[in-house]
Design a protein around this ligand. Sequence first.
Ligand SMILES: O=C(O)CCC(=O)N[C@@H](CCC(=O)O)C(=O)O
Ligand SMILES: [Zn+2]
Length: 325
Amino acid sequence: MLGQWLDWSLDGQLPDQKQGVFPSGSYHLYAPGVLELIPNTANHAAHACIFSAAIHGNETAPVELIGEWLSRLEAGSAILGAPVLVILGNLPALKAQQRFITTNLNRLFKRELHAEGEEPERARTLMAAVDDFYTRHSGLPKLHYDLHTAIRDSRYPRFVVEPFADSSTDAEQWDWLAAADMQAVLHQHQHSWTFSHYSKHYHAAQAFTFELGRVAPFGQNDMASLKPMCALLTALSEGHSPAHRPASQMQFFKVQHELIRHSDDFQLCFAEDTANFNRFEPGTLLAQDGEAGEFRVGDTPLYVVFPNASVEVGARAALLVAPVT
Ligand SMILES: O=C(O)CCC(=O)N[C@@H](CCC(=O)O)C(=O)O
Ligand SMILES: [Zn+2]
């Protein structure tokens, strides 16, 4: 059954049978693309885990990663020892293999959301699913890993974004991320209304957005490079303490400036194929934006992450970041 879940989700259908069992636990389908797994026995180190993928429909490596882990659970070669909520975010976009249909789902995770339409409706469903899951498992520490891939190449192919919130990240998370072969960490400097931010801001969960390589169609992802990440997800789902490595092997950055597209005339002043974490020297012209003017690097170098001149007017067109020393 777990192996077929992805197909059912893509059909946007719930099967007649919404609950069932597998060797180490039981499952409950709450909505298309929203699956809770409950262990027969929870281990002492268990977290209430949320693993989400396909918040952007063209980011397929995380879907393959989760699919592979679900198959091992079903076969009994992986053992569930913690409750896990598995989410496939934007199902119509996943089916169409595009980032989103109408608007970027990953900017809508805000309780005061008034927008109407397919993606806002989905954001409301997913926020309620997260709230209900954490309520059902309120005795456990909360964790949410939202898995993505990036549009461009990156000087650090695998990295995480730590959402901004009042609650803090446990020190051990950095050691787990290093062992999962994450190469960089990006600390957000303000609220961003992404899915991982939702869990951190409203529930004080340990939460990150993961960038697991570059966007590619199903079957063309470099899954070998994600073996350590697979080991982290497996350990968490077993309710065991994951492997540690010194966090110092990762490069830490902090966002200094968010470049917003203010007009139709917005353009980035560097090559389309510039990689994430490319460095720009003081004085470099980075963007021009109609009447809003130009943006230049100030007195210290800046590194660009997620540049995208084609975003909607009013949306983020790039993050400009600096290393944390
Ligand atoms: O490669 C890109 O330009 C986008 C990759 C992506 O989807 N990144 C997330 C990051 C979320 C965050 O800022 O925490 C996004 O843009 O939603
Ligand atoms: Zn994404």
